[in-house]
Design a protein around this ligand. Sequence first.
Ligand SMILES: [Zn+2]
Length: 438
Amino acid sequence: MTPSPFDPASAPDYLPPAQMKQLQLDRLRGVVQRAFDHVDLFRARLGERGLAPADIRGLEDIAKLPFTVKTDLRDTYPFGLFASPMQEVVRLHASSGTTGKPIVVAYTREDLDVWTSVMVRSLASCGITRGDIVQNAYGYGLFTGGLGAHYGAEALGATVIPISGGNTERQIMVMKDFRVTAICCTPSYFIHLLERAGELGVDVRGLPLRAGVFGAEPWTESMRRHIESAGGIRAYDIYGLSEITGPGVAIECCAQQGLHLFEDHFYPEIVDPETGEPVAEGCEGELVITTLSKRAMPMIRYRTRDITALIPEPCPCGRTLRRMRRIARRSDDMIILRGVNVFPSQIESALLSVEGTLPHYQIVLTRDKGLDQMEVLVEVTREVFSDQIGALETLHDKLIYALDQTLGLRVAIRLVTPQTILRSEGKAQRVIDRRNPG
Ligand SMILES: [Zn+2]
């Protein structure tokens, strides 16, 4: 059974654009009214601008509305942005911040149904269907990844293994013994699984596993190539964030050329991250999302901090949902080193352009006599290490050169043996910033 335009669950993926715009406008007006009626912060901000919900007459009027930012969720912690009474809220999730209080998100029964429906459409878009055995290695708990993928895969009719994250050896045993055909986890955890499987003498390429749905952290095209060849699978990028719903905001299709946004529920805009002004069609900027159907916690023009661009051309797969380029960086990922803007994804691309390196690396920032220093730790294969010292030196020089070319900066490289860098079971910690201790 192949998902098609005739699959009722995926039908909205193929709506004619005019019909989609009308649906978006109707829903936008509804969600703005709801937020105005029930969320003090939003009502106050509209008031400051002399705006009322009735001023939203066309989709373009969305640009008049104020942005919502992550600190708004922290400032109103825990329940200040809820638009539903607790009697109607059936689930809470929370995401841990790097500092201070977490952010809390709420769902009504209808919100959970929408979330499940976009996850069904997401998994179907990756060719996953009834009969597939899905190993869900996203963490279950306050993090939205686990339960989001779980209910979507179950509603699709696939067989779900709710293994959650961690316990890598058991993951490999289950993958092999249960004849798993699809896996959901972070891309960095899957690479870790592949490595561990290799050490245990399990060749994942020989298993029935054929698809991976990877998200919750930015990853690159080079990482995809590595995963696909080392795992013998197709690797799909899924995008989502708790503030909007969780996983299932956008997903790749068989074309793997950008992620289709489920824009019947999540209205996308791209703005200049500095000025907040909309960018020209197809240009890069920060993704801003408005939840069109969210009831418990509507998000109006939420600044995601993720940098991408909308792709105006239609997709070969036939879906009419607009696509966005895969997100390789976040605007707050940016490292400023001696006045130069550096993104971890640039470092990753440079490292991977040099043969012989596994995509496991860590960036360590320190400050020495007031001057910022960056050291990139790169794990290299045992073969390179066991070779004469010459091979290591050659590789070291190549890496320095590749980074210099990409960043326009001299940074230090340290080659380390496999498994030196601590593995994460969730999002990989790529940057250790020791510049401002305490
Ligand atoms: Zn497509």
